[in-house]
Design a protein around this ligand. Structure first.
Ligand SMILES: [Zn+2]
Length: 243
């Protein structure tokens, strides 16, 4: 659906309502449909509340909307004063202003609330799409899976490194834990801080190779710490994240 259509409809309705209010305001008193059974002031309140609501829905910001609708009321009261058969009444104008303010503020509040919820929903949907994309990339069948891509380039698996060099982390000297997998609440599995990971003495990005003497085994936590703080020379045993 065209998202501009509701705005267009609101603007047409606003223009029509402005004309209708002018029409009923400027008719001779005898022709005014007074059979509603309401007081004159209640009609002013209700009519200008509707005008205020339509002004906001037409895209006006609330101060502009109040100014425009109350200004219209002032113009019509002045016109009534000039016409002769109706009169300028401050009380009418007061009722117009109260109605307009109520209509504008309530509608602006509702519009803001609706917009906020819509934005939150859109953000949630976007996050979910991103998560699904990540999830698809992580499947072993995906040729773009980072682990598979690295293996194609010749990267060893941590199992191969562990077989050659033992299961200890070369950074902190304590053993790694292949059982350190965390079952998250959403049912997916995450690797813990002490799970083994292949680490490179000289990073591949910096020209390091997949040769045996450049390859080490490290805790995920220790390898990540080393990447983040290359100047660090001592590493503590990582916190246990498994039970
Ligand atoms: Zn370690």
């Amino acid at each position: 659906m065209d998202s501009r259509l509701p705005l267009l409809v609101a603007r047409i309705a606003f223009a029509a309502a402005l004309a209708a209010v002018a029409w009923t305001s400027l008719l001779p008193p005898d022709d005014v449909p007074s059979a509603f059974g309401f007081s004159d002031k209640v009609l002013h309140l209700a009519g200008y509340a509707v005008l205020g609501a339509l002004a906001v829905l037409s895209g006006l910001r609330w101060p502009v909307a109040i100014g425009a609708v109350v200004g219209w009321g002032l113009v019509l009261e002045v016109a009534q004063g000039l016409l002769g058969y109706r009169s300028f009444e401050w009380l009418d104008l007061l009722a117009d202003a109260i109605g307009a303010a109520a209509g504008v503020l309530i509608t602006a509040r509702i519009v803001a609330e609706v917009n906020t919820r819509r934005a939150v929903r859109a953000q949630d949907a976007k996050r979910e799409r991103r998560r699904q994309r990540r999830e698809r990339a992580r499947t072993p069948e995906n040729p773009m899976n980072p682990a598979r891509a690295a293996a194609r380039r010749g990267a060893p698996t941590w199992q191969q490194v562990a077989q050659r060099r033992g299961g200890k982390c070369w950074l902190c000297g304590t053993r790694t834990y292949p059982e350190d997998r965390i079952r998250a609440k959403d049912g997916r599995e995450r690797l813990g801080a002490t799970y083994p990971e292949v680490d490179y003495v000289l990073a591949i990005e910096s020209g390091g190779t997949y040769e045996d003497d450049n390859v080490r085994l490290a805790h995920r936590h220790c390898a990540a710490t080393r990447r983040a703080k290359p100047h660090l020379t001592t590493f503590g045993r990582p916190p246990r994240t498994y039970v």
